[in-house]
Design a protein around this ligand. Sequence first.
Ligand SMILES: Cc1ncc(COP(=O)(O)O)c(C=O)c1O
Length: 435
Amino acid sequence: MIDCAKCGWLGELAFSAGAQTARLLWQLIAEALGLTRRTRWWDDSIMGTAPSANTRKEKMMADCGRPTIAEIDLGALRANYRALRRVASHGALMVVVKADAYGHGAAAVAHALEAEGCRHFGIATIDEARELRRSGLEARIFLQAGFFAAQAREIVEMGITPFVFDISVIPALQEAAASAGRARFPIHLKIDTGATRLGVMPALLPDAIAALKSSPNLVLEGVCTLLANASDPESPVTDRQIEVFRGALDALCAAGLKPTILHVANSAALVLRPDSHFTIARPGLALYGLPPVAAVRDRVELRPVMTLKTRLMQLKRVPAGSGVGYGHTFVTARESVIGVLPVGYADGYRRGLQHGGEVLIRGARAPVVGAVSMDLTTINLTDVAGAAVGDEVVLWGTDQDGAAISVNDVARLAQTISYEMLCTVGKRVPRVYRN
Ligand SMILES: Cc1ncc(COP(=O)(O)O)c(C=O)c1O
């Protein structure tokens, strides 16, 4: 943590690579300038030469670099995890931390949840698993999104548990387990019960059973499926998928295979479909505080984990008739105050948000006007009293007074879903962890 009492946002920087870079930079600058605790600029007030509020803000910005950050509330994450565990019939969750934990930072999220007692982590790619192992995570890691037979050796060596989605990968896993001397390498069989994505078709179950039975170094620890329509609690598609899943379990059992970990439910099904709980649930989005559908919000209290925020970089008063940004897609109807924010679509703030997007500043909502560009966004501050360079601006999440803009609402305006908004927050946006 940086000892930077008056530098609000940077004072919170911890863990993230961006934060570490900022901290190192600051330390280097401080050392080069020979600054000590009593002679830093923010101690000027103690020394009797306090700079004006504006000078302080400018200095703060010079010290702290680009202020566009994704603030991650680990306290909220833990609370969501506990709330979802309470909903799960067996109290067990395989938390989905793929895609860098939906943009929140996989290592930090996984370690926070491991400390909370979580033992099962779902990822999509081998590289994601490697990152978690490198970060020191020792818990079980499940490779959910498929792999090629040529990667079997790597999977076995890393000790991660693959979802076997195709019979053709079973011999490769068997060979890899045998040559690594693994007597009982656990795998989970993924059945395609109707989503028509990765998974073994029920008609091919007898072949899968035969392949497993001739694989002495593999053990069928788990069976799972993916629901296509879980966000509709009344969906007959889900009814049918659960029925097919139960049928597959019966067939496996009849063949003498007795998997102990059975999992079907994503966030929506965990909350809305108790008949999909089986022995463990696989929530993703809800962990990050977002209800996949409104009905979920009504049944379980979730706290948004990510706040995307920046600071006002420039303010200008312009006459009526001024075109704003590329293509002049917005033209002022009256004399206006336009604010420029150092955030753009390269940071994950979508171009489409020029149509109806809003940000929080000084407790008010200010509309996005003009085209969102790669690095910059313009907002209309004409009706926001007192806005000043350096003011904190919340793009989504919660401001200091508790006012909030939901990612779900932002996603709707950007004509996408909150999943996509979260996991496309750009690499150059430092994740800053709180609580
Ligand atoms: C196999 C699997 N399980 C669980 C999840 C988590 O879904 P959600 O984020 O809707 O909870 C996903 C997400 O895409 C998934 O692919």
